[in-house]
Design a protein around this ligand. Structure first.
Ligand SMILES: O=C(O)[C@@H](O)[C@@H](O)[C@H](O)[C@H](O)CO
Ligand SMILES: [Mg+2]
Length: 402
């Protein structure tokens, strides 16, 4: 089944998405997500100017060979732009192969390993009262797992406290907004938030929290210890992970489970973390870590060390990633949990899909492929609108991690 054409579709139904569509000579097509929040056009160009010319005429069924060709053949390996481009090709080719086989992608991967995909939603509030109310709303919607982010008194903004409730969009149009951060205020305040949640809603809800790269290892160790009475499911991105050894220091101080990796893009970013059991969940997901082909490598290594998947699933990952990830989640033996930040209705209209939410779980559909499409006409109505993630500074102006 030869690749006849391929194109990149950039659309912005409320936020920017980059999608690759590969069409074979038989007319069967597949789509892949190539969205990299704040750097979208770099991946669009990588695909249009450097990858697509090399795809035309190749056998769409040779998924592994094309993956190796794009990874080794680029000479310059790894990185979010390269690996997001490779991911988009990979997702589209797996979509084609499953459609050609007449089966949903999870069947092609190895069949169903679970009845449904446990997801977590995002309860957040500008203050403790608003956050407690948001947690109640997620419990009423049937969520068993809830991520909790709360405004910190004295701080104008913190990560994860959005403008809305169901939808959280961190990127802003125009140039990067600058935020100010106080770790001492945060470390003093956050344990009390989880104490209040447990007091109000009991021990049953699975509670998660995202530190979003802002702590040093010893600060993360302190927060992990302070949160132990509230038995969190995980704290995420407790400290930047370029130095994977940093997690040793956190691990030796606390039993709060650790998740990391949404900004990872190959197995090499996580190898030492996994092999030394410094983490409990790996957050890397299809769109930024080389697609289904490479995520199988990462998940297989993780399984050897009882590390489970915890795919990133923010709104800046398109429904194409969500759909393909749910097929992976349905199959992968060492599944942990799937993040589920809902997309807006206008985004869902551009990307019709067959996955659905009920009672704290997402279910994949049984259509051949990954079950997500793109309405090109509708997509064309939303031109690209440059937006950036915020930049973070400490009170003295030191540039910090957002
Ligand atoms: O865990 C998460 O979902 C966050 O870390 C994301 O919202 C992240 O900030 C965005 O994906 C960045 O684009
Ligand atoms: Mg995160």
């Amino acid at each position: 089944m030869k690749i006849e054409s391929a194109k990149v579709i950039v659309t912005s139904p409320g936020r920017n998405f980059v999608t690759l569509k590969i069409v074979t000579e038989s007319g069967t097509y597949g789509i892949g997500d190539a969205t990299l929040n704040g750097r979208e056009l770099s991946v669009a160009s990588y695909l249009e100017d450097h990858v697509i010319p090399c795809l035309i005429g190749r056998d769409a069924g040779q998924i592994e060979d094309i993956w190796q060709y794009l990874y080794r053949g680029a000479y310059w390996r790894r990185g979010p732009v390269t690996m997001s481009a490779i991911a988009a090709v990979d997702m589209a080719l797996w979509d084609i192969k499953a459609k050609a086989a007449g089966m949903p992608l999870y069947q092609l991967l190895g069949g169903r390993s679970r009845n449904g995909v446990l997801v977590y939603g995002h309860a957040n509030g500008k203050d403790l009262e608003g956050t407690l109310e948001a947690v109640g709303r997620y419990i009423e919607m049937g969520y068993k797992a809830i991520r909790i982010q709360c405004g910190v008194p004295g701080n104008a903004s913190v990560y994860g406290v959005g403008k809305g409730d169901l939808y959280y969009e961190p990127a802003e149009k125009g140039l990067p907004p600058e935020e100010v951060w106080s770790t001492p205020d945060y470390l003093r305040f956050i344990p009390g938030v989880f104490e209040a949640v447990r007091e109000k809603y009991g021990d049953a809800p699975l509670l998660l929290h995202d530190c979003h790269h802002r702590l040093t290892p010893i600060e993360a160790a302190r927060l992990g210890k302070d949160l132990e009475p509230y038995r969190l499911f995980w704290i995420e991105d407790a400290t930047p992970a370029e130095n994977q050894e940093a997690f040793k220091l956190i691990r030796q101080h606390t039993t709060t489970p650790l998740a990391v990796g949404e900004i990872f893009n190959t197995v090499w970013d996580a190898k030492d973390l996994i092999q030394n059991q410094l983490i409990d969940y790996i957050r890397a997901t299809l769109v930024h870590a080389g697609g289904i082909t490479h995520m199988r490598t990462i998940a297989a290594l993780a399984a050897l060390y009882q590390v489970r998947t915890g795919f990133h699933g923010a709104t800046d990952l398109s429904p194409v990633t969500m759909g393909a990830a749910l097929h992976f989640d349905t199959w992968v033996p060492n599944f942990g949990i799937q993040e589920y930040m809902r997309h807006t209705p206008e985004t869902d209209a551009v990307f019709p899909h067959d996955y659905s939410y009920a009672d704290g779980m997402l279910q994949v559909g049984d259509k051949p492929g990954h079950g997500v499409d793109i309405d090109e006409e509708l997509a064309a109505e939303y031109p690209y609108d440059r937006a950036y993630l915020p930049v973070n500074r400490l009170a003295d102006g030191t540039l910090w991690n957002w």
